[in-house]
Ligand binder design. Structure first.
Ligand code: ASP
Length: 421
């Protein structure tokens, strides 16, 4: 565990955080511990345009989008040039093609967008078989009198708009899903069954210590990954995804020289989710919100938590009332903390990053926790003539933990898998 309750208490004083939330309301210039120096506040900048701000997985696609923007391209089209990068990439298993599927092995995608200059919005949820749902959300905005289409209707609309049906499950994501099915098959019949030479009786009667049992379990998973044909260097990462179903998403906001601004968010959502589950990404006001008078914000992280605080809308409204982008984002994060009554035993399993861009070009990236682990901070990507990644400012010192709570994967098994967070 990278964060301990004692560390938190020692470094920030839980009491002062609680008091701060109650008493200071929106005033968030200081760190949770009350000391302005305690946390350097990277991930924010001021007033340069044109500018694009996005999630870190958009970094590789910022050049093409920035060029489009500076040549007079529309702000939403520019943002879409960023997010279609990961949507088209079969190796990004959090978005579009290759996204990890729902519990039935079907990829379901969500997206929403807002176009500042025309003050319009579009959204799709739970869409199957269509890769570029960001463009479909834009098409809902441009070609219907509606704002949101879901499920089969959204898929049929996409086909009518000329988007091809395609299989979004790559061989890799199918195998990871198979591994997930097998891991949970104590209560169904997805194997390995009794007749399988590798079947083993449950560990319960073993006299091995818990740590050894856990190691054995992880090794069994990587063994099954090998049986399923998952390449060696990805086996442990596949086991990790099975044990701790990941989320992953991309948001992008773009602002041109004239001050026009738009935003978009797209995702495959939570891996192995219930069919039909929509997180925050297709919800206008949660996963994305843009107001031409103020600015734009978007989110990645625990979707259910973000819906409850209407994160993106809250941030834009905060900026409307005078908060800086960073203050506005920190206030939304505090609302998430408040929803759990500051209970760090629960909050350590929640994480959230907000990408915030004000109409004058000031921006911020803020996150609930520092990152996933030491050396793995949350980052945003920015292009304002210079393309770069920046660490976010964070509300809570320490690192979020993967859900559900399980023993950690033993360090000796980890080696240097680049796919592990
Ligand atoms: N917010 C997304 C969701 O809950 C996932 C993520 O951003 O990682 O579907």
């Amino acid at each position: 565990m990278s964060f301990s309750r004692r560390d938190f208490l020692a470094s920030t004083a839980l009491g002062s955080l609680a008091l701060g939330l109650e008493a200071r309301g929106g005033e968030v210039k200081k760190s949770p511990g009350g000391s302005a120096e305690a946390f350097p506040q990277p991930g924010s900048g001021t007033s340069k345009r044109p500018i694009i701000v996005c999630a870190h997985n958009g970094l590789a696609y910022l050049d093409r989008a920035y060029e489009h923007l500076t040549k007079g391209g529309d702000t939403l089209d520019s943002a879409i040039l960023v997010v279609t990068g990961p949507e088209d990439d079969p190796n990004d298993d959090s978005v579009g093609l290759g996204g990890l599927p729902n519990e039935e092995g079907v990829v379901e995608l969500d997206a929403c967008c807002m176009h500042g200059p025309t003050r319009r919005a579009g959204s799709v949820g739970g869409v199957r078989n269509i890769k570029n749902v960001s463009r479909v959300a834009q098409a809902v905005m441009q070609h219907t009198g509606h704002v949101m289409l879901v499920g089969e209707g959204a898929e049929r609309f996409a086909v009518a708009m000329g988007y091809p049906r395609e299989n979004l499950l790559t061989e890799r994501s199918r195998k990871v899903w198979m591994l997930w099915k097998e891991y949970h098959s104590g209560s169904d019949w997805w194997g390995p069954g009794l007749a399988d030479p590798k079947w083993q009786a449950p560990d319960a009667k073993s006299d091995k210590p818990q740590a050894a049992l856990w190691q054995q379990r992880v090794l069994q998973l990587t063994d099954r990954a090998a049986d399923l044909g998952i390449e060696e260097e990805f086996r442990l990462a596949a086991a990790y995804r099975v044990l701790y179903p990941p989320t992953g998403t991309i948001h992008c906001s773009a602002l041109n020289e004239k001050g026009e601004i738009s935003g978009i968010t797209t995702t495959s959502g939570l891996a192995f989710k219930l069919p039909g589950r929509c997180g925050d990404s297709p919800v206008i006001g949660a996963g994305c919100y843009t107001d031409q008078d103020v600015g734009s914000a978007g989110a990645t992280g625990s979707g259910e938590e973000n819906i409850k605080v209407a994160g993106a809308h809250t941030i834009v409204e905060n900026m409307r009332h005078g908060m800086s982008p960073q203050e506005a984002g920190m206030d939304a994060l505090k609302r998430i903390v408040r929803n759990y009554n500051n209970d760090m035993n629960k909050l350590r399993f929640v994480d959230m990053t907000y990408y915030i861009l004000r109409k004058d070009g000031a921006y911020a990236g803020v996150s609930l926790w520092e990152g996933y682990s030491k050396g793995n901070p949350h980052k945003i990507a920015v292009h304002d003539g210079t393309k770069r990644a920046e660490e976010t400012a964070y509300l809570l010192k320490g690192f979020s933990e993967s859900f559900p709570p399980l023993p950690k994967i033993p360090a000796e098994l980890k080696k240097d898998s680049e796919y592990l967070k």
